[in-house]
Design a protein around this ligand. Sequence first.
Ligand SMILES: [Mn+2]
Length: 230
Amino acid sequence: MATLFVGDIHGCAESFRALLEALGFRRGRDRLLLTGDILTRGPDPAGVWDAVRATGAEMVMGNHDRYLLRQLERLEAGEPPAAARPEKLDDVARVVPFAATLVPWLRARPYVIDDPRFLLVHAGIHPVLGLAGTTEDELIHIRTWPPTDGIVGPRWHDHVAPLPDRPIVFGHDAPGGLVVKRRADGTPWLIGLDSGCVYGGMLSGWILEEARLVQVPGPRPVLASAGDRR
Ligand SMILES: [Mn+2]
């Protein structure tokens, strides 16, 4: 049995399937955990949803997942979706065909998977107050510390104290890219898996028991702009 993590998939279904193959994932034997932000922006959200359901993967809520959930709930209530930018409405339209299965699944996603062997969150934890002092918004949005609205600057994990006995696994920070921080004995205490597959980077996976990174390329051609705006 292996414990496998996959970073932010963002609609890159072909890369997700290739990474599952490269990780050697087998349903019923392995535990598969996703860092969130699985559907928006990329070429094939329906393919990702099919693959997620086929694997029985677990996932923590990401900011894009919560956005989609809120918009789908507005539609259910007979209200129009609300978005600051037109491409975000397109993200919603592309998941409407499978909203009947997606909405209850998204509603049941936790913001934290707090396991004796790892701590999984989408974006990060409050570097001063710790997990117990982290708000839901921070769990899915935090990036820089001290907090800024941008993507430039020191990260929350540049200020956080390592947990004594297990790594923190997260995604969300494509601008920051893949990050693995290690203790003096070489064991990782921080694993950031959003390597920007939808922006021309790689889709990253991590095998907990082997402390091993596995990557596959994202789709080509790529989107023009990086970033992970709300
Ligand atoms: Mn995100």
